[in-house]
Write a new protein. Sequence first.
Length: 138
Amino acid sequence: MRSLYSASGQPDDVGHGAEVVAHDSDVADRRKSTPPGYSKLRYSKPMIDDIKRRALHRARILQGQMRGLEKMIENEDYCIDILTQSLSIQKSLGSLNKLLVDNHLQTHVTEMFEAGGEARETAIAELLKVFELNNNRG
C-alpha cells in the first residue's frame, strides 16, 4: 500500500488529505483479518506517537496474559481462576480498543470528515461496522 509519507516520515509529494487506494495484493497481504467489505481507502495521517506507544504496551501485556491463560488451561487450574484471567484479558482488550478508537477519531476520521463526500460517508460506515461488531457478542 502506498503511503503519503516518505521513508523519512515526511509528507510525500501527494497533496495533504489525498485519498490512497491500495492494490488488492497489498490489502490481501496486510489485512487478511479484515472483515469482507471493509474500506480499502487509507489516509495520510500516521498513528499518534503516544497512542502507538501505549497500544504496543497494552498488546504486550495482552500477550503475557494470553500465555498465562494457556498455561492455566494446560494445568487444569480451577475454573473460576481461568475465567477471572479470561475476563481480565477482555478488559485489557477493551483498553486497547479504546486507544485505537481514540487514534482513529483524532487522525483518520478527522481527515475523512474534512475531505467530505464519499470519504465522510466511508468514515461513518466504518464506525457503524465496528460498533456492530462490538455489540454482536455470541
